[in-house]
Design a protein around this ligand. Structure first.
Ligand SMILES: C=Cc1c(C(=O)O)[nH]c(=O)[nH]c1=O
Length: 310
């Protein structure tokens, strides 16, 4: 009932983790692999291991979360070796998330993946909001076009991009025009809403240490923005570019809404962080109940079918 075909691979569920949540170590990745998620993705990796920002750098609130992790990760080889090993053991579809700190380092990183034996999907994260002094690549349209143009002169493996949220119709138009120029496998919208601020009123203090308390927002705060970005890119992108919807998934209804907006897969971040990998079992069941109530027997029957008011 929830089966989903992605890149010719049939997944039992459209659900997966959002990069950054429950995916830093092989132990966490194995828990995802053994959960009811349809697939999983690694923590965004840089060439070399990174400590990340000082702690506290993550905080759960009633309505979601704020984080300024600063891209801590165990380095590309740790994750690349893991997914290649799983590939050799027969895993058909995997997602490796990567990014680097400069244009040249991004080219070098993707060149290394191109030369590797990895045949799975690479998610090129263009939207990390928490590296001090590093603006989000995907908010610079010319840079994004230049970078993807060079990447696709050599990269022939499946490539998706992780985008920040956009808030202006003109930006949806401009970004979609750029993305449609490239043979992308998918677009993943959205990353956290960058540089929010959460306060502990008792202490009259921010809740995370880095950047004076500024960090990326996740959870209920961001669902309307996430749905709008999924919908806007679905309406604008070539049909052969898939959409992964990320942001604000708390229950099965939210998963249904992401798919109604056009999402082929749906990622879960904050709620996975709060609940653990059992969240996938709960969300799959809740989605099935909603589909049964509505008379749907497959996701294709309602994917992208959001109606407007005529
Ligand atoms: C990869 C860095 C990211 C981080 C981070 O490591 O701070 N947090 C996010 O909310 N999104 C990211 O893309």
């Amino acid at each position: 009932m929830l089966k989903t075909n992605f890149l010719g691979v049939e997944l039992a569920s459209p659900l997966m983790n959002a990069s950054g949540v429950h995916c830093m170590s092989i132990e966490e990745l194995e828990e995802l692999a053994n959960s009811q998620a349809g697939a999983f993705i690694t923590k965004t990796a840089t060439q070399l291991e990174r400590e990340g920002n000082s702690k506290p750098r993550y905080y759960d609130t009633k309505l979601g979360s704020i984080n300024s992790m600063g891209l801590p990760n165990k380095g590309l080889d740790y994750y690349l070796n893991y997914v290649i090993e799983r590939q050799q053991q027969g895993t058909q579809l995997q997602f490796l998330s990567v990014t680097e700190m400069s244009y040249e380092e991004n080219i070098n990183l993707l060149s290394k993946i191109q030369r590797s034996g990895y045949q799975g999907v690479t998610e090129f994260n263009l939207s990390c909001p928490n590296v001090p002094g590093k603006p989000q690549i995907a908010y610079d349209f010319e840079l994004t076009k230049k970078l993807l143009s060079e990447v696709f002169t050599f990269f022939t493996k499946p490539l998706g991009v992780k985008l920040p949220p956009y808030f202006d119709i003109a930006h949806f138009d401009e970004m979609a025009t750029i993305l449609n120029k490239f043979p992308l496998t998918y677009v993943n919208s959205v990353n956290s809403i960058g540089n929010g601020l959460c306060i502990n009123i008792d202490k009259e203090q921010v809740v995370i240490k880095p950047k004076g308390g500024f960090g990326g927002l996740g959870g209920e705060y961001i669902k309307p923005t996430a749905l709008a970005n999924v919908r806007a890119f679905r309406e604008r992108l070539n049909p052969n570019i898939k959409i992964i919807g990320t942001g604000g998934v708390i229950n099965g209804k939210d998963v249904f809404e992401h798919i109604l907006c056009g999402a082929d897969l749906v990622q879960v971040g904050t709620t996975l962080h709060k609940e653990g990998v059992d969240v996938f079992t709960r969300l799959n069941e809740e989605l099935k109940v909603i589909m049964k109530e509505k008379g749907y027997t497959s996701l294709e029957q309602f994917r992208g079918r959001l109606k407007i008011i005529e």
